[in-house]
Design a protein. Structure first.
Length: 179
């Protein structure tokens, strides 16, 4: 829980700094995160404690130079490495995206179901319902989930709408047992 609070504070600071300096730090962090995620070796170097901060910084500085990242992003990443907090980067990045989405007036969410794809009309109905309830436009991604045998489970931040068969059966079981 403490790490989540710290990650959120860093994310809020970096987003606000980007707005203040008129830099697209969200885009820069996205580019850097995508680069890190493409290389298992780079992930290992940055996130495991077997390498020294100097070794991590040597590689990270070269990558940031090649990506032509701003001095703000470079300083931020160097700070995380030097303070031993680079492991928070995935959580910080997730929070940066959420904060940026809020600032742009929409939310990201996931629809889970048993089919390979969701019918377009069902996705639009869910999107419309959420928009009316939340007051902002949701951007929904569909994922097949083997634990959902029928129906859908929608998650947008901390809101979850569960219209899955499993949830209905669980509610029925609770009502029978608690009667």
């Amino acid at each position: 829980m403490k790490e989540q609070i710290i990650a959120k504070a860093y994310a809020q600071s970096i987003v606000e700094l980007g707005v203040e300096l008129k830099l697209d730090l969200v885009k820069e962090l996205t580019t850097l995160t995508e680069t890190i995620n493409k290389s298992h070796d780079l992930e290992t170097l940055l996130f495991l404690d077997v390498f020294t901060a100097e070794e991590k910084l040597g590689v990270l500085n070269e990558i940031m130079k090649k990506l032509n990242l701003s001095q703000v992003t470079t300083n931020f990443m160097q700070f995380l490495v030097q303070e031993g907090r680079i492991g928070l980067m995935p959580m910080i990045f997730k929070n940066v995206i959420v904060i940026d989405d809020h600032n742009k007036g929409f939310l990201r969410g996931t629809i889970e179901g048993s089919e390979e794809t969701i019918p377009a009309d069902v996705k639009e109905k869910l999107k419309s319902y959420l928009q009316s309830k939340l007051g902002v436009e949701p951007i929904l991604e569909y994922k097949k989930n083997g634990n959902v045998s029928a129906g859908y489970r929608v998650t947008v931040e901390d809101l979850q709408l569960d219209a899955s068969l499993e949830n209905q059966l669980e509610k029925f079981k609770d009502s029978v047992l608690n009667s």
